[in-house]
Design a protein around this ligand. Sequence first.
Ligand SMILES: [Zn+2]
Length: 275
Amino acid sequence: MKILISADLEGVSGIVHPSETNPGGYDYERSRALMTAEVNAAVAGVLEAVPGAEVLVADAHGPFRNLLPEELDRRARLVRGKPRPLGMLAGLDDDTDAVLFVGYHARSGAGPAVLAHTISDAVLDVRLDGRPVGEIGLNAALAGFHGAPVVLISGDDVACAELLELVPGAATVAVKQALGQAAAIALHPDEARERLHRIAAKAIRRHDQVPLLIMPGPLKVEVDLYGPYTVDVATLIPGVSRAPGGRTVTFTAEDVAQAYRLVQLLTQLAQIKPN
Ligand SMILES: [Zn+2]
């Protein structure tokens, strides 16, 4: 059995503020340890359910270099660094049996939800065939494209609800209750880890009962970008055109995998400044 754990940081218990999630920020180093411990709890749950399973952990926050390699459960392998075609799900392939989202957050515009955003602040919204999707939707659809169900999510209550709307039957571990973009009522980290361990084991045992999220292509993709200059740069890509409104670019993707790659690239383009 092959399992992928995709680990983000904003949805880890106790974390509420950008300074805790941005490298160099106040308490960022503490956040890395909290993140690694929550991932280890999920790894332990998976391996309790299926001893000997192959477990990959994709570091999926910011620079994709947050998890502390030496602190990670040695039975798992770590996917680290960027860019990579499968982004937050790197390590996924057609043999993957199930995917778990640990430390995930709600999409841009949802909420109130802790640190809600979609990929980066450069992106205001992403729509697939008119339906707004955040990282949860994009990644669940990419997992579904490769035949893997998302069997568990941990994060705040809003992130959990966001996955359930797309994947009824997935297990949820709400480690905090959102009070706003930068405020929450959180479980003690030990309590969060205990629940993750227990519920991950349960989710893996019933992984074949969780439906795949299938978004068939071709897909109309619309991306609202924060920066007008980023819109200008994005429309240099063949197939990407300007949509009405000044902030939106659109393209047709033959499938979710192609949509995912191009959305990642659009996000990276925001780093290009006028020269
Ligand atoms: Zn993140």
